[in-house]
Design a protein around this ligand. Structure first.
Ligand code: ADX
Length: 201
């Protein structure tokens, strides 16, 4: 029997870890037999949302486009994973109502830590005024009020957050834990490769 489709929606500030967690959860869910597609804000903005900027209107358009594709995938037994800041509550709630099988994951991290980490160097640019309307600094981020899952990436390791998310999905009966020995050597190598790329092993 085909697995049930659902949308796993990661929201949170730039650099909080949405993409990292989305990719790790993707690998794990594929291992468990799900069909999975990731829609990442940074990637979508190079194709589907090419040309859009960071005004409220453009961000909402970007999020509605990502949500539209997630809806199509979800209907077809695919797990659609979105990783975009998606700063506005109203449009996230709109997508939740539209898609139904929608799990909101708030990737929470304090601004202090994000500014210190600053992997892409964008916080520095935003703080010096080189980049304007940066989310969390001079542009709003509306925290989810009732997210299904919250992970705190300033105190958890990526693997801890991933384990927590998977447990949440298991409790919602959206996935089943893989049986011992279900991993092929290829799966293990893939996880290892991803962790290596992140500097964890
Ligand atoms: S969203 O607001 O429309 O959901 P999205 O997740 O697609 O944003 O893109 C965010 C990414 O764009 C950030 O991770 C960052 O790399 C880049 N970016 C460039 N300018 C901004 C800005 N003003 N605010 C936030 N992110 C920005």
């Amino acid at each position: 029997m085909a697995e049930k489709g659902f949308t796993l929606w990661f929201t949170g500030l730039s650099g909080a870890g949405k993409t990292t967690l989305a990719r790790l959860v993707e690998t794990e869910l594929k291992t468990r037999g799900h069909k999975v597609e990731v829609l990442d804000g940074d990637v979508v903005r190079t194709n589907l949302s090419k040309g859009l900027g960071f005004s409220k209107e453009d961000r909402d358009t970007n999020i509605r486009r990502i949500g539209f594709v997630c809806d199509l995938l979800t209907r077809n037994e695919v797990v659609a994973i979105a990783a975009a800041i998606s700063p506005y509550r109203e449009v996230r709630d709109e997508l939740k109502a539209q898609i139904g099988a929608f799990v909101e994951v708030y990737v929470k991290c304090s601004l202090d830590v994000l500014i210190k980490r600053d992997v892409k160097g964008l916080y520095k640019k935003a703080l010096t005024g080189e980049v304007k309307n940066f989310t969390g600094l001079d542009d709003p981020y509306e925290e989810p009020l009732n997210p299904e899952i919250v992970v705190e990436t300033d105190s958890q390791s990526p693997l801890e957050s991933v384990a927590f998310i998977l447990r949440g999905l298991e409790e919602m009966a959206l996935t089943k834990a893989a049986e011992a020995g279900a991993y092929t050597q290829e799966d293990e190598e893939e996880v290892r490769r991803r962790l290596e790329a992140l500097g964890y092993v």
